[in-house]
Design a protein around this ligand. Structure first.
Ligand SMILES: Nc1nc2c(c(=O)[nH]1)N[C@H]1C(S)=C(S)[C@@H](COP(=O)(O)O)O[C@H]1N2
Ligand SMILES: [Mo]
Length: 213
């Protein structure tokens, strides 16, 4: 993965060696360093996603799907989330403030339409990026569709209009420009996972690459 710098000052080499602020060391997973910037990491160009055409689909192995427009998504119960995030390129950012709709909410709405979950999920983005996750990592208050960060609408380079947010896993699992969650009976590797990154990606277990325990 390559990194481009989002912040004005950038992630300097000196910053990298910096010790975490007092009392935060226990929040830093192994091999990570703290940054106060919000770096931008994208495998390709930022897609232009118009709100009038935006939709989010949940689909199940039987081929059923539920789909919501931007207005429908925005009208759903919203949550505020403050979490630390961890990129596999080793930066972590503490206390990132997000707002969005819990995946639990979407799963419940989809169930009302006869769309049911399955043990694995492939998240798909506008632009074609994909990433796979176990369903268990998306439900029970662990993941959201986020459209706001630090009190502002999510900027296009950070995944706006909306991205998946799964803060307890490495940040490549948090698909920017999200458009579909596909429930699957079998795990299927996404974009980075095909290219040698871990199928689960737990930063606390340092599950960076295929073969890490
Ligand atoms: N659609 C899409 N989502 C993506 C990526 C991407 O290239 N395309 N990069 C991932 C990676 S590797 C990281 S670390 C985070 C970066 O999010 P940020 O650019 O908002 O910091 O987005 C993840 N989601
Ligand atoms: Mo990343």
């Amino acid at each position: 993965m390559t990194s481009t710098d989002g912040g004005a000052s950038g992630v300097s080499r000196g910053f990298k060696g910096r010790r975490p602020a007092a009392g935060t060391a226990h929040r830093l997973p192994p091999g990570q360093y703290e940054t106060r910037d919000f770096p931008v990491l994208s495998a390709g160009p930022t897609p232009e996603v118009r709100l009038e055409r935006w939709s989010l689909r949940l689909s199940d192995p039987s081929g059923r799907s539920a789909r919501w427009s931007w207005e429908e998504m925005r009208a759903m119960p919203r949550e505020q989330i403050t979490k630390d995030i961890h990129c596999v390129t080793k930066w972590s950012r503490f206390d990132t403030r997000w707002e969005g709709v819990a995946i639990d909410t979407l799963v419940a709405r989809a169930a009302e339409q006869g769309v049911h979950t399955a043990p694995y999920v492939l998240a798909t983005s506008y632009g074609g990026y994909t990433t796979n996750l176990p369903l268990a990592d998306l439900v029970d208050g662990k993941a959201w569709i986020a459209d706001t960060v630090d009190g502002r609408p999510l900027a296009p380079e950070h995944g706006g209009p909306a991205r998946l947010l799964v803060p307890h896993l490495y940040f490549w699992k948090s698909a920017k420009w999200i458009t579909e969650l596909r429930f699957m009976d079998r795990d299927e590797a996404g974009f980075w996972e095909v290219n040698g990154y871990h199928m689960r990606g737990d930063p606390w277990r340092e599950q960076r690459y295929t073969g890490d325990e």
